[in-house]
Every structure is written in structure tokens, then in C-alpha cells.
Design a protein around this ligand. Sequence first.
Ligand SMILES: *[C@@H]1O[C@H](CO)[C@@H](O)[C@H](O)[C@H]1NC(C)=O
Ligand SMILES: *[C@@H]1O[C@H](CO)[C@@H](O)[C@H](O)[C@H]1NC(C)=O
Ligand SMILES: *[C@@H]1O[C@H](CO)[C@@H](O)[C@H](O)[C@H]1NC(C)=O
Ligand SMILES: *[C@@H]1O[C@H](CO)[C@@H](O)[C@H](O)[C@H]1NC(C)=O
Ligand SMILES: [Cu+2]
Length: 148
Amino acid sequence: MEARRSVAAAAATVMALLVLFPEALRAERFVVGDAARWTWGYNYTDWVIKKGPFFLNDSLVFMYDPPNATVHAHSVYMMRNAADYQSCNLKAAKLVANTTQGATSGYEFVFKKRKTHYFVCGERGGIHCTMGQMKFIVKPKPSVCRDD
Ligand SMILES: *[C@@H]1O[C@H](CO)[C@@H](O)[C@H](O)[C@H]1NC(C)=O
Ligand SMILES: *[C@@H]1O[C@H](CO)[C@@H](O)[C@H](O)[C@H]1NC(C)=O
Ligand SMILES: *[C@@H]1O[C@H](CO)[C@@H](O)[C@H](O)[C@H]1NC(C)=O
Ligand SMILES: *[C@@H]1O[C@H](CO)[C@@H](O)[C@H](O)[C@H]1NC(C)=O
Ligand SMILES: [Cu+2]
């Protein structure tokens, strides 16, 4: 009797939480590039199409090894606008994660704003962005509108 009542109470609590905080149960973490991780030559635009849409509070994990004699450096920058993104012009870009922050468990970026996010790798003066395809755009959706 007691056990049944507490199960019912727990279920009611879960229902109440679902109504109040539907987003709490669905924030997801995505490793950028999956097994390829954050690297030269992978098509991240294609990855975004396959994995998206993304929602507020979802997070992206950028994973890349720190540079050494054989491993090339990578990094994560956010471009200020579409024009800079298109041309891979890093002049006004904001550093998100430096060349060592993608190590071990990676660098986690959580979507907190509904703005368009222009992610690029900033290495080799933009060559990783232009030639290496290390660039992608995400505009997270508000999670309450999951099916819009
Ligand atoms: C995101 O998470 C915060 C708590 O970390 C919560 O207050 C907010 O409502 C969530 N927003 C969305 C849209 O999921
Ligand atoms: C990358 O993927 C996008 C989306 O599928 C596609 O439009 C584009 O042509 C691809 N880029 C290359 C260089 O293959
Ligand atoms: C460079 O780093 C990679 C990945 O972390 C590692 O596997 C490799 O042994 C390192 N090479 C050298 C020369 O330190
Ligand atoms: C990268 O950022 C971390 C954390 O802020 C810092 O400790 C580290 O020195 C930086 N590394 C480089 C190569 O700038
Ligand atoms: Cu790179």
C-alpha cells in the first residue's frame, strides 16, 4: 500500500516536471564529427544536416589532440557574421577553444542563445576553414518547439 502510493507520487512528480520543464529531459550532447572528431577534410556541413536540428541547452563536444611533431593543431573559433564565415576571415573571430582544449574529454560548448553560431577551425590563418572544410553553422531552436 505504502509502496504503491510512493510509486504514484513519484509518477506524479515526473509528470509535473515534464509539464514544467520539458527541456530538462532532452538536452543532448553531440561529439562533433562523431568518430572523425574535429579534423581536416571532414564535411561538417553534412554532419550538421544529419544530426540536426539542435536545440537550446544541447551541447557540442569538440575533440582533437593537442599538436605535436606529427599531429596538426586545431582550434575552435566563432565568426561574427555570415560574410566572415563564408570567406573564413578570422580577424573579428572569437576564440572558443584553443589548440589544447580539445584534448582528452574534449571541449564542450552549450547552446545558450538562439543566434546563428558560425563555428570554424582557426588554424593556418583560415586554411583549415577554407581548404579543410572545418566549418559549420548551427542555429539552435527553442526546445519547446521540438517539431517546428
Ligand atoms: C536550459 O537550461 C536551463 C538550466 O540550465 C533552464 O533554466 C532553461 O529553461 C533551459 N532552456 C531551454 C530552452 O531548454
Ligand atoms: C558537404 O556537404 C554538403 C551538404 O551535404 C554539400 O552540399 C557539399 O557539397 C559537401 N561539400 C563537399 C566539399 O563535398
Ligand atoms: C602525437 O600525439 C598523438 C595523439 O595524441 C600521439 O598518438 C603521438 O604518439 C604523438 N606523437 C609524438 C611524436 O609525440
Ligand atoms: C588554452 O587554454 C587553457 C585554458 O584557458 C590554458 O590553460 C592553456 O594554456 C591554453 N593553451 C594555449 C596553447 O594557448
Ligand atoms: Cu583545424
